[in-house]
Ligand binder design. Structure first.
Ligand code: ADP
Ligand code: MG
Length: 342
């Protein structure tokens, strides 16, 4: 490339890195400042590595609060480590910025480091360039190897008869997105709580760690419950039956409203509520499977990690994804038929 790698406006690239992103290395053998960072894997461990890119206008609104953007950029990456049962260690940050906006950078860094510190995950390097707003983070985590066998949770381990579980809540992030896009109207309090789910998701690291040796397969829900379950089914060579109405009860806006007023202040059809839960996306919850003999153990892992966990279905021998309603009646079974918001 011949273009100068500067994001000028007075402040140079290296001043910017020093001021906003350089912190002393804690666990890394070498952090920001050289051509490479150095990480020393502990004996008896494997490194879990994952990258996620957030593109302005595609993954977030250009005018989103930079503090929440810093949080989310790291959160979606940590969520992948959680899904593998990995302990976060470090991350790199590749940033493309249209111009240097110091208050924006300060707020972005604050949100980023606040979440990083919660998980003891340190920034060890990256790249900074001028260009359209784009954030790419790579996370590095650690998984033990016990008796030659990796403890990482994978998509491929689901077995017929296993229970299917999901953590936390579903659909609220998509509800907020639809409201922000002007597709639906939400009362202010409901918009605020749903928007928090969209903009500041909680990576389920503690649950992922607690599920090592318990869950047979796991994935994080980023593209929607059924779509992501599909990856487990395909990788494991199995099918599944999901209780659509149990999943729908996991929408905080759905059950909260029902409890508070006995009726909904948002007018959505049953199908639309189900679509939010089953195909909403941006939930960053853990979807996992475990044998029925481990129900108490799974419940204990949920309590120990202070993460709600709900059983929503079962793995079948026959390939295919089936949905049933509260009465056990089969429902239309394609993800597409549930994507009323597409
Ligand atoms: P190089 O040109 O050798 O690739 P750079 O000049 O791009 O290195 O970066 C200098 C140092 O600053 C490197 O250690 C790099 O990892 C780090 N760095 C660059 N951008 C960022 C960033 N956004 N966050 C953290 N570290 C960064
Ligand atoms: Mg270099």
């Amino acid at each position: 490339m011949v273009a100068p790698a500067r994001c000028t406006d007075g402040m140079g690239e290296f001043d910017l890195i020093d001021r906003y992103f350089k912190r002393p290395a804690r666990h890394a053998a070498l952090g920001v400042g050289d051509d490479c960072a150095l990480l020393q894997p502990k004996a008896g461990t494997q490194m879990a590595i994952s990258s996620d890119m957030l593109v302005s206008g595609r993954h977030f609104f250009a005018d989103v609060d930079p503090r929440t953007l810093g949080h989310k950029a790291l959160a979606v990456n940590l969520s992948d480590l959680a899904a593998c049962g990995a302990q976060p260690l470090a991350f790199t940050l590749a940033l493309s910025l249209p111009h240097v906006d110091e208050p924006w950078l300060a707020a972005f860094a604050e949100g980023l480091f606040a979440l990083a510190d919660v998980h003891g995950c340190e920034l060890i390097g990256g790249d900074t360039t001028a260009g359209p707003l784009n954030i790419c983070i790579t996370v590095f985590g650690e998984v033990p190897v016990v008796a030659g066998s990796s403890q990482a949770l994978l998509r491929s381990g689901a077995r017929p008869g296993d229970d299917i579980y999901v953590s936390g809540t579903l659909g609220d992030a998509r509800l907020a997105l639809d409201a922000l896009l002007g597709k639906i109207e939400l009362p202010p309090e409901l918009l605020a709580t749903s928007r928090a789910r969209l903009e500041t998701p909680t990576p389920r690291i503690a649950l992922g760690l607690a599920l090592r040796g318990i869950a047979s397969a796991a994935i994080d829900v980023s593209d929607g419950l059924l779509g992501d379950l599909g990856h487990i089914l395909e990788n494991s060579g199995v099918g599944a039956t999901v209780h659509a109405d149990i999943a729908t009860e996991l929408i905080a806006a759905y059950s909260g409203n029902k409890r508070a007023t006995g009726q909904f202040c948002i007018q959505l059809s049953t199908e639309q509520w189900r679509a939010l839960a089953l195909a909403g996306g941006d939930d960053y919850e853990l979807l996992f499977t475990a044998p029925p003999t481990l129900r108490d153990t799974v419940a204990q892992a949920g309590r120990a990690s202070q993460t709600p966990v709900t059983r929503i279905g079962q793995i079948n021998t026959e390939p295919g994804l089936h949905l049933m309603d509260r009465q056990g009646k089969p429902l239309d079974n394609t993800c597409a038929s549930f994507d009323h918001f597409a």
